[in-house]
Design a protein around this ligand. Structure first.
Ligand code: AMP
Ligand code: ZN
Ligand code: FE
Ligand code: FE
Length: 279
């Protein structure tokens, strides 16, 4: 019995519908899936329905872009109330940040002499939480870049000419917001952000867990973060971070989180809900 707790759909920068993600999960034999689209929970109702049909346990979630000092980090929220007003108003704020950033990035690409039409980017993205992958896909679709990699290399990677920094909530605010909505806050793919020094501060702020298992973590990286979870008594999570097809095949299936970690997570969630109900 396994889980994948890090998945994206076309409600952010993934390409699959919630139903397609669940179909893949079913075929691979997953017992539990979580949806973690960037800065939105819009796909959760559809994903919950599709999981119910397939008898797969579903955990609603979202991946929030946050900052701590100079570091960008991603905080995964799990099991919160997806209709929580403050959660939704904060998400809406960061969705509009994302939309404005797309306009700014395309303006820079245009200034560099590449005639990308911003309306085509929004039409292709067709969601409230667009991101750099949509700009890259639009560049390829318009024949202005040969590949997504080329689009990132030429324009979109950090510090490349069309890269625009994104206004983010602080990691501490993200943790508080997730808790307020009844959820658990987990540090996503720490092996990609490499800022272990912030972990003690995040733990003090209430961080609940660390994503130990991730497509881009080596075995050594996972072992390192597993140790850190033991040191601080944190939950262990893992997921593929599947965004659709990657080089012809989906990443879902590459990470199989043993279900006992999900049981721990469910226990922690029940406890969180108990305490928020008594407040
Ligand atoms: P954004 O949230 O707009 O900053 O975009 C971040 C997303 O872009 C990540 O979740 C990845 O899916 C994707 N991404 C980031 N860097 C690259 C890269 N070098 N090549 C391809 N995709 C990337
Ligand atoms: Zn993404
Ligand atoms: Fe991420
Ligand atoms: Fe992700």
């Amino acid at each position: 019995m396994f889980a994948d707790l890090h998945l994206h759909t076309f409600f952010s920068d993934g390409t699959f519908s919630p139903e397609e993600v669940v179909a893949h999960g079913k075929q691979l034999g997953f017992a539990c899936l979580a949806l973690t689209d960037h800065d939105t929970v819009e796909g959760c109702d559809r994903m919950a329905a599709a999981c119910a049909t397939e008898h797969i346990e579903f955990i609603p979630g979202s991946e929030l872009t946050a900052e701590f000092g100079d570091h960008e980090l991603h905080i995964l929220g799990y099991g919160f109330d997806t209709k929580h007003p403050h959660l939704l108003s904060e998400l809406a704020k960061f969705q509009s940040v994302r939309q404005n950033r797309i306009r700014e990035m395309v303006a820079r690409i245009n200034e560099l002499g590449t005639p990308l039409n911003v309306d085509e980017v929004f039409a292709l993205a067709n969601c409230r939480a667009p991101g750099r992958p949509h700009v890259a896909r639009a560049l390829v679709k318009a024949g202005l870049c040969a590949s997504l990699d080329e689009a990132f290399e030429l324009f979109l990677k950090k510090h490349r000419p069309a890269w625009v920094p994104k206004a983010k909530m602080s990691a501490l605010e993200a943790i508080t917001l997730i808790h307020e909505a009844g959820g658990l806050a987990v540090m996503a793919h720490p092996g990609l952000n490499r800022c272990d020094e912030v972990i003690p501060e995040l733990v003090k702020a209430g961080l609940d867990g660390i994503e130990v298992y991730h497509t881009k973590h080596t075995n050594n990286t996972a072992a390192h973060y597993l140790n850190i979870t033991k040191q601080y008594g944190l939950l262990v999570t893992g997921g593929s971070d599947c965004h659709g097809l990657s080089k012809g095949k989906p990443l879902i299936g590459g990470i199989k989180l043993p279900i006992h970690y999900v049981h721990k997570l469910q226990q922690a969630l029940a406890k969180r809900r108990e305490t928020s109900n008594t407040k």
